[in-house]
Write a protein that binds this ligand. Structure first.
Ligand SMILES: [Zn+2]
Length: 434
């Protein structure tokens, strides 16, 4: 069977039931919009909702994007090139149409789900595929695997001169060579098609830079935004709570290895919430902590990895944006993973340190100016948000030109129960008299 027959075959499965559905019967916002665009009947055949005007669209209105997405991520084993081994396929096939639809995240009214599944075909078992090929990689998977390769390289292979790897050192990965060969037989010579190679460490950083720009993740945090920073106060510490230098970032020669900065280079770490600032520094109670409240002295441009605008998987015209969103969501989770402070953190933190140096020194915003910092999820407090400010490249006042200490407090925690109780209390920070 040729490639064109295959397309027709897929089309054949897209016969939608002759029914009408309302926007309330689907969860996905893109599918809701498709229904709203094609309203043609006053009653929904699934939930029974009716109105004085049209409230339901033909099921075919959503069936088309669902089927297009389905055939993008799943394929018949024969068409995807799953090899035979003896009497059957070399891999276990266990993905039913319903499994595949759930995997895509289709949430809808029960009877509608059964109709969609039935239209695609309930008797078929599928394999996950990319570009119609078993073992292929989608853009998000490819970027994730390249990030994993970057992590491995900077942790265990080359830390300082990776950016000078000559282009000739790039290799086409084995699976891709295999896929391209097989693809050649099926679809013709590769010259007309995209050939994916693996990225060097510098290239994956540039790709991540491109991805965050395309998703609009550089945002302005306005002057006056309140942020928090905590520091442990040992029993014999006598520094004054009003001393901004004690609650601000350490001097370079005192800077320890951190998630986003190596030892010896000071970055300014803050938290959006007082609770997060406390959770980030608390050791083992009983302990005493000083908390400072800071206010941004000017508008700052920050790369925000905590609010990624989602693109529906069913929005087939924006497939690439969905894939990039999908990668960035996973990436944002990975860079905020907890790291055991067991002495190995200087290795575990290397990939995020290189990443943050890339955004601090190399990356440029659309207007050509550098970023002021990065926003990322706290590894220690589920909903907590951390901010790291990069050493200012132009500001003569250094970090103090970015944020000002406007209030302080001291908290003592006797044990973890005490900590859990007090962390929920409203801030008792006293703002300094103007
Ligand atoms: Zn309905």
């Amino acid at each position: 069977m040729g490639y064109n027959d295959h397309i027709e075959d897929q089309e054949f499965t897209r016969i939608a039931p002759d029914k009408f559905v309302c926007a309330d019967c689907v969860e996905d916002s893109f599918l809701k919009d498709e229904i709203e665009k094609h309203l043609a009947k006053r009653k929904c055949d699934y939930c029974g909702k009716g109105g004085s005007g049209d409230v339901a669209a033909p099921v075919s209105a959503i069936m088309e994007p669902i089927a297009a997405t389905f055939s993008y991520y799943f394929e018949y084993p024969d068409h995807a090139g799953v090899p035979y081994d003896g009497g059957g396929y070399a891999v276990d096939l266990n993905i039913t149409t319903e499994d595949a639809l759930r995997h895509l995240g289709l949430e809808c009214q029960e009877e509608l789900f059964a109709d969609v599944s039935g239209s695609i075909g309930n008797d078929t078992l599928w394999v996950e595929a990319a570009d119609g090929l078993w073992l292929g990689e989608h853009q998000s998977e490819f970027l994730s695997s390249q990030w994993a390769k970057f992590v491995q390289t900077v942790k265990h292979q080359s830390r300082f001169f990776f950016s000078s790897s000559p282009p000739s050192a790039r290799k086409i990965t084995t699976s891709y060579t295999f896929l391209m060969m097989r693809d050649w037989f099926r679809k013709g010579p590769p010259s007309a098609r995209k050939i994916t190679t693996s990225y060097t460490p510098s290239e994956i950083l540039a790709q991540i830079g491109k991805a965050v720009s395309s998703q609009g993740l550089v945002r302005t945090w306005p002057m006056g935004t309140r942020l928090f920073r905590a520091r442990e106060r040992k029993t014999n510490d006598t520094w004054s709570l009003d001393d901004a230098t004690q609650l601000g970032p350490p001097k370079d020669n005192k800077a320890r290895t951190q998630r986003m900065s190596p030892a010896g280079i000071s970055y300014f770490y803050l938290a959006k919430e007082r609770e997060t600032a406390l959770a980030e520094v608390i050791g083992k109670p009983p302990c005493r902590l000083a908390i400072g409240r800071f206010s941004l002295r000017r508008n700052l441009c920050l790369l925000d990895l905590t609010q990624l605008p989602s693109v529906s998987v069913f929005d087939h015209e924006h497939r690439s944006q969905h894939e990039i969103w999908s990668f960035l969501t996973e990436f944002s989770r990975l860079i905020s993973q907890p790291v055991e402070k067991d002495g190995q953190e200087h290795i575990e933190y290397v990939p995020t340190q290189v990443l943050s140096e890339y955004f601090a020194k190399i990356y440029k915003k659309i207007d050509g100016n550098p970023l002021d910092g990065m926003v990322y999820h706290s590894a220690l407090r589920e909903t907590g948000i951390n901010i790291v400010l990069f050493p200012p490249q132009q500001d003569q006042k250094g970090f103090m030109g970015l944020a000002e200490l406007i209030g302080t407090e001291e908290v003592t925690f006797q044990n973890w129960t005490d900590f859990c109780r007090k962390i929920k209390q409203t801030s008792m920070i006293k703002t300094k008299a103007p």
